[in-house]
Design a protein around this ligand. Structure first.
Ligand SMILES: *Cc1c(COP(=O)(O)O)cnc(C)c1O
Length: 495
């Protein structure tokens, strides 16, 4: 059989190996890399049932990475999914309030980005060896909070890489800032800028396309790469936990092998839920994928009327990682919905850029039937946090609460009693202020006091990595004006 390769959603003639796609991040024509077909499992669910997270990850991920040897992949998995996670099951499933919660927040930064960003650096390092790249890889990232810290943790101490993160000095939460400026690892660099997230993002994008800078980089033996969620190397590891969730429900006797389940996924950039769609296409018995949005409800509307329309007010909500109006990874789903017609996808993306909206019609719309779209208001979100704690004594964070609230609406409207797994994307302690307020409890001034109060109230211990932040030494103090970012990078790399 032909070996799996990667193509661009926008056509071009890009045909890449997994290693090439992971290093490049984005295809040369501006499209996203997608597998040329979705591989089927070569092992039965019964056999997968006997394995742990790492074993499952191996059998699933190797289908997407045919150019990696078994030893290489096992080594990556071993380095990523071990002691960096605070629980041996990596992504445990908890039952309560009429659903299952798949906890994806036991990694180093207490949010789901860790599921992929703990392994991406190792995949990237091996990919670079395969391509015989002599350069050192420099990960350049602008962050509004969560991604930066997860990428720093992932790349910290990984040989042959450096990571430089720019964040808006006064645009992240105090906890998020502490998480970043206390980061250890000689290859990590964190710099605050005197602008907002858009300024940071613009500065980073500018460097990726600055021909003079790229030439100097090459001269000094460096190569930029991206840890952003459009990198296929972040999507592949995420398919694993959909299988892991299902198999845990089987092992507990709550469902039988072969039974259908629904997943409710708190969605922003559409990376998490797209991995669920891939898992379904690979043979996991999923009935419906509930795409849950917050008040930035572009996706909820899309799955209701097949019109994607970003022309609306941006809302800042208590689930900030989902405050997004253009979900990059949806482009990959469109590619499948249009029967891999890249010209069609390219056309839709052009329409989105030119007029701010596009419509999916006919057979392509019919192909989106695996999804249901819904959204939760801020009030719905707070009510969900309160309800789950009242019913089950279980704390959920605002992102997870959005998914729970949408699942409730879906169940009412569709009368569908299929067992549902709510994907839980962050520790409630990471968003302790909003969780306390949702529970109608007083919210203290200091963030560490708020975490402590939430812990006392719930009887759940503050995750060590968050509680310890208070006493960790600050290691990064660099600040720079937003128009001097390039000079900072040069200073770090060769000046
Ligand atoms: C990133 C993130 C999401 C959204 O995931 P996407 O893959 O962007 O859809 C949801 N919740 C949390 C806590 C996140 O960090």
């Amino acid at each position: 059989m032909q070996q799996l390769y990667y193509r661009s959603t926008r056509g071009g003639n890009a045909q890449a190996t997994a290693a090439e796609a992971i290093i490049a991040g984005i295809a040369p024509d501006g499209g996203l890399y997608v597998p040329a077909w979705l591989p089927s499992l070569q092992i039965s669910l019964e056999e997968l049932l006997k394995l742990d997270y790492q074993g499952r990850a191996f059998h699933i991920m190797k289908l997407f990475l045919p150019d990696f040897s078994e030893e290489e992949l096992l080594d990556c998995i071993d380095r990523a999914y071990g002691e960096k996670f605070s629980v041996p099951g990596i992504a445990p499933l908890t039952k309560g309030a009429g659903v299952f919660f798949l906890e994806l927040f036991h990694g180093p930064t207490q949010a789901f980005k860790d599921m992929a960003l703990t392994i991406l650096p190792h995949l990237l390092k091996i990919a670079a060896q395969k391509q015989d790249l002599q350069q050192e890889i420099v990960i350049l990232t602008a962050t509004s909070g969560d991604t930066g810290k997860a990428a720093l943790e992932g790349f910290s101490g990984v040989q042959g890489t450096k990571i430089i993160v720019f964040f808006p000095e006064s645009g992240v939460s105090p906890i998020q800032k502490r998480q970043m400026v206390t980061q250890t690892g000689d290859n990590t660099h964190v710099i605050g800028i005197d602008g907002n997230f858009d300024d940071a993002q613009r500065g980073v994008k500018g460097m990726f396309t600055d021909i003079d800078l790229l030439a100097q980089m090459a001269r000094h033996n460096f190569l930029f790469s991206s840890a952003n969620s459009i990198n296929i190397g972040r999507l592949i590891p995420q398919t694993v936990y959909y299988f892991h969730a299902y198999l845990q429900a089987c092992a507990a006797g709550d469902i039988r092998l072969g039974d259908l389940v629904n997943f409710a996924v708190p969605t922003g950039n559409f990376g998490n839920i797209l991995a669920g769609y891939y898992a379904k296409k690979m043979g996991l018995p999923i009935k419906t994928l509930l795409c849950a949005a917050n008040e930035n409800n572009v996706l909820a509307d899309f799955f209701t009327g097949w019109i994607y329309d970003k022309r609306r007010e941006f809302v800042s909500t208590m689930s900030p990682s989902m405050d997004i109006l253009v979900s990059s990874n949806l482009e990959r789903l469109l590619y499948n919905a249009y029967g891999e017609n890249a010209a069609k996808v390219k056309g839709l993306m052009r329409e989105l850029g030119a007029k701010g909206w596009y419509q999916v019609t006919g057979e392509a719309a019919a192909n989106l039937g695996d999804f249901y779209g819904g959204y939760a208001s801020e009030a719905d979100t707070a009510a969900a946090i309160k309800e789950v704690f009242a019913k089950a004594g279980y704390l959920i964070d605002p992102h997870t609460a959005v998914a729970y609230a949408v699942h409730k609406k879906y169940r009412q409207v569709q009368q569908d009693e299929t067992p549902t797994i709510v994907v839980s994307t962050a520790s409630p302690f990471k968003f302790a202020r909003d969780v306390m307020a949702s529970l109608d409890l007083p919210v203290a001034e200091d963030d560490f006091d708020v975490m402590q109060a939430l812990s006392s109230y719930s009887g759940i211990r503050v995750p060590a990595a968050l509680g310890n932040l208070k006493s960790l030494p600050v290691r990064h103090r660099a600040l720079c004006p937003k128009d001097r970012m390039r000079q900072e990078v040069e200073k770090i790399l060769w000046k």
